[in-house]
Write a protein that binds this ligand. Structure first.
Ligand SMILES: [Ca+2]
Ligand SMILES: [Ca+2]
Length: 177
């Protein structure tokens, strides 16, 4: 695994641990889903439900695939396997990415404006400066929007063990850009 991928995984683990107790449990994903849905008040109930379902699926996939010691909690060591065995997580990450990006596109235009992007990413817990840097790395249009597809692909790349120098590295403090 590339060191950049290790840093990306460390960061997302720390954010997914929404209650900060050092391990991932179902409760973390409920907390995170609530925060993210609240950051997209302009979206309809179906989009909110899709996001909650994607977070739940994220958790159930982790619990089913990675809970090596069967204690109902995912440690960081257990979590890192999600990027080492991407074939077991592709469908879950894809559903998660699509649900998240859809929340940034309440009008269903296929594009995401910077304020909506920032609201969602900071709700997850990414830094504001990192979030803006990521948006810029996605090469927004003159009216400061990115395509939903760009964001979805960016999320999937974020979890790829062999990728480096990708837009998602902007989320990691101290990363080379
Ligand atoms: Ca936790
Ligand atoms: Ca465990």
């Amino acid at each position: 695994m590339r060191i950049e991928a290790t840093h990306r995984v460390q960061l997302v683990f720390s954010l997914l641990d929404a209650d900060g107790n050092g391990v991932l449990e179902a409760r973390d994903f409920e907390l995170m889903a609530g925060r993210v849905v609240a950051a997209a008040p302009g979206c309809d109930a179906a989009a909110h439900e899709a996001m909650r379902a994607a977070f739940l699926r994220y958790w159930t996939t982790l619990a089913a695939e990675l809970d090596a010691d069967g204690d109902g909690r995912i440690t960081f060591e257990e979590y890192t396997a999600c990027v080492l065995c991407p074939e077991r997580f592709d469908a879950t990450v894809d559903a998660f990415a699509r649900a998240l990006a859809a929340l940034g596109d309440p009008a269903g235009e296929g594009r995401v404006a910077r304020p909506a992007f920032v609201a969602l990413m900071t709700a997850i817990g990414f830094g504001r400066g990192n979030t803006d840097a990521l948006f810029d790395a996605f090469t927004p249009s003159p009216d400061d929007r990115i395509s939903v597809t760009t964001w979805v692909e960016g999320i999937k790349d974020y979890y790829a063990p062999d990728k480096a120098g990708i837009p998602g590295d902007r989320l990691v403090d101290g990363a080379a850009v």
